[in-house]
Structures are given as structure tokens and as C-alpha cells.
Ligand binder design. Structure first.
Ligand code: FES
Ligand code: FES
Length: 196
């Protein structure tokens, strides 16, 4: 390995540490899929346009095709494989299943990761371009279909399952345990363990 172009890095993913050598040009998406066999995160456009590769980094949504793996070292990464709590699906996952929020399913991991983080952003009072009253004292706006569509606009669905996706996100937002589950998923895993 040429130390001028490659390094050993340690990625914290879904509560586990993974140490691996990477070429400095390797994206986080390729590190996940090609080096760590975590293929839940999908590659669509590979240029930041479709959202299929969305993961959470320190609780924030990020398109992993535009993130270098070396830049993600030391940060808490949550992928679709880490959203559920054991056998207990996250409310967003359950809502997608219950309401058919997918057709072929290729965009779905990115849609779900994006929705999980988006609900946390909304609960924290972040406005969107669809928010009428953006004053901090106004608090979170109602999560209307328009708000959901705007906040999820970075995630494209070639199958056009948008109507069901919006319904699923809306149901998850109103699931009593949804807020707690979302906070847990976006917080990442604090108790990292050596896995590789
Ligand atoms: S594959 Fe990353 S945004 Fe499309
Ligand atoms: S379900 Fe097929 S691309 Fe979205």
C-alpha cells in the first residue's frame, strides 16, 4: 500500500468499529458496499443527485457517494442495516412496509435513512422551503404532505412511489414511539466495539 495515496482508517458504523486500508479517493459509499459488504446502501447516480446512497453521519443525512471514506473516520455512521433495533423495525421501516412505500425497493434504504433523520430535524424545529412561518418561536410546522415532499426532495424514486412514501413518513411521524426511535437511530451508537 502506497502511504502517499492510501491509509488505514477506522470507521464507526452502526455501533461497530471497522478498520480497513483505503485509497484516499474511496468514497464512503464504495467503502460500505465494496469493502465492508454492507450493500444495503445503494448506488444510484454516484454524483449526489438521487439520494439512494443516503446514510446518517453524526445523526445528519448525507449522500455517501459524495463523502470520502477518510473524511468519515471517527464519526458515527448509521446505515440502513443499523436503523432497526434488533428484530424491532424502526417505525419508519414499519410504515414503509405497511403502506407499500416502495415498488422495486432500490431507493428505499436511502428514503428510510433520509426520513429517519428528517423527522429528527423537523422535531428540532428546522424549517424547510415549504415552511410558512420560519420564526424560531413558531416551533415545528405541521408535517403536511407539502412539508414532507419538500424535506424528502433529495430522494428520488424512479418507480414514482411518492404518494405511498409520503403517507409512510406521515404515519411514522405520528407513531407514538416514532420520536424516541428516531432519536435513538440518529444519535448513532455510542458503545462502539471492535469488529474488524
Ligand atoms: S448514488 Fe449518491 S446521490 Fe445518487
Ligand atoms: S421503489 Fe423503485 S426506485 Fe423507488
Amino acid at each position: 500500500m502506497d502511504p502517499s495515496t492510501s491509509s488505514d482508517i477506522t470507521l464507526h458504523i452502526n455501533g461497530e468499529k471497522h478498520t480497513l486500508p483505503v485509497d484516499h479517493r474511496t468514497t464512503l459509499l464504495d467503502a460500505l458496499r465494496e469493502r465492508l459488504d454492507m450493500t444495503g446502501t445503494k448506488k444510484g447516480c454516484d454524483q449526489g443527485q438521487c439520494g439512494a446512497c443516503t446514510v446518517m453521519i453524526d445523526g445528519r443525512r448525507a449522500v455517501s457517494c459524495l463523502q470520502l471514506a477518510v473524511a468519515a473516520e471517527g464519526r458515527e455512521i448509521t446505515t440502513i442495516e443499523g436503523v432497526a433495533e434488533g428484530d424491532q423495525l424502526h417505525p419508519v421501516q414499519q410504515a414503509f412496509l405497511d403502506l407499500d412505500g416502495f415498488q422495486c425497493g432500490y431507493c428505499t434504504p436511502g428514503q428510510i435513512c433520509s426520513a429517519v433523520a428528517m423527522l429528527e430535524e423537523h422535531a428540532a424545529g428546522w424549517p424547510s422551503a415549504a415552511t410558512g412561518d420560519v420564526r424560531p418561536e413558531a416551533g415545528p410546522p405541521p408535517l403536511t404532505p407539502e412539508e414532507i415532499r419538500e424535506r424528502m426532495s433529495g430522494n428520488l424514486c424512479r418507480c414514482g412511489a411518492y404518494v405511498s412514501i409520503v403517507e409512510a413518513v406521515s404515519r411514522a411521524a405520528n407513531t407514538p414511539t416514532g420520536a424516541a426511535a428516531t432519536a435513538k437511530a440518529t444519535a448513532g451508537a455510542g458503545n462502539t466495539e471492535e469488529a474488524a
